[in-house]
Design a binder for this molecule. Sequence first.
Ligand code: ATP
Length: 132
Amino acid sequence: MAEKLFLEVVTPQKAIVSEEVESVVAPGSEGEFGVLKGHTTFLTSLKIGTLQYKDAKGKERYLFINGGFAEVLPDKVTILAESAERRQDIDVGRATKAKERAEKRLAEKREDTDLVRAEAALRRAVHRLKIK
Ligand code: ATP
C-alpha cells in the first residue's frame, strides 16, 4: 500500500494544485471516479466537471476542470486539464457573460455558428457557476 497520495493539477498555463491529499474524485469521460492511496494504475480522459479532493487536513476542495486527462498511480494522481480553476478563483461575472454569449449564439441559429463550440462554451460557463 502506498504511504501517501499526491495530487497534481496542471494546465498549459500553470500548475493549479501540487499537494498531498487524502482522496480525489474526478469527472472521467466514462463517469466520475474516486481515488484513495494504493489505487490501481489507470489512464482516462476527463470531461468538463468538478474535481473534488480532500486535502491533508481533511478539508474538501473543489476545482472546475475543462476536460483533459488523468493518470492514476498508487501514490499519485496527475490531471492535465485544458483549463482549471479553484472554486475561489472562479470569476462569476466572466462566467455569466460567457454563458449569455453562448446562449445568444445558440438562440440565433445562424448557419455559420459552430454549434459544438458554442455548446461547449455554454457547458463550461454553466459548470463554473454551479461550482461557485
Ligand atoms: P471565456 O469565454 O470567458 O474566456 P472560456 O470558457 O472560453 O471563457 P477557457 O478557454 O476555459 O475560457 O479558459 C481560458 C482561461 O481563462 C483559463 O486560464 C481559465 O482558467 C480562465 N477562465 C475562464 N473563465 C474563467 C472564470 N469564469 N473565472 C476564472 N478564470 C476563468
